[in-house]
Design a binder for this molecule. Sequence first.
Ligand SMILES: C[S@@+](CC[C@H](N)C(=O)[O-])C[C@H]1O[C@@H](n2cnc3c(N)ncnc32)[C@H](O)[C@@H]1O
Length: 220
Amino acid sequence: MAAPSDIQRQHWDQTYIDKPGMFGEEPSSAARTAAALFEQEGMTSILELGGGHGRDTMYFARQGFQVTVFDYSEHGVTEIVRRARAIGYEHAVTAARHDVREPLPVPDASVDACYSHMLFCMALSTIEIEALMGEVWRVLRPGGLHVYSLRNTSDPHYGVGTHHGEDRYETGGYQVHFFDRPKVERLAQRFALLDIETFDEGTLPRRLFRVTLRKSGGER
Ligand SMILES: C[S@@+](CC[C@H](N)C(=O)[O-])C[C@H]1O[C@@H](n2cnc3c(N)ncnc32)[C@H](O)[C@@H]1O
């Protein structure tokens, strides 16, 4: 039997076996907004966390960024690699299986930007999320940006289904950690908090925050 911490990974793996294009072919609005910001700042390298089947990864690659992407689902990563080859952008995408509860296998101060869409609201405890935030800070170069999204407490699934402690609820086998604004502000830790925007995605709709943080230093 799988350890509790592995059940969610297996669920995501099965999702990508059953629906390799679960989130659709088009990039998310979060990725479009982030790419415009990164481009405006002259950034070239992006570390993407929880890339899923790569809808946003392919967009970043096509926009001219060099993307390193991690996801703990083997089938998600396989799909990203397949898609990058299919569109002729394998030179721009490095995809690897990695669980973000472990330290990121990335050197200190080596990436311009870190991006994730709906990764920080996965089955992670607050302690694990704080540790990941510290890892993102470590790998970003001074002046680097961290743009991430997470589902907020206005989401229709907040408080629904099986409660897993903190603000974590499971519906349809997917566990989600929901956030309110004060918690997002606390999570900023050593970063400068530039922006918290609300937006919706899908038909549910998922209700999200898109958060923009900057690692201080390296001012232009
Ligand atoms: C809601 S999906 C979003 C996927 C993608 N960002 C998108 O929007 O298309 C969250 C992704 O995070 C991955 N994930 C969840 N927990 C993870 C962990 N601890 N380490 C790495 N990836 C994780 C899942 O496998 C899944 O692909």
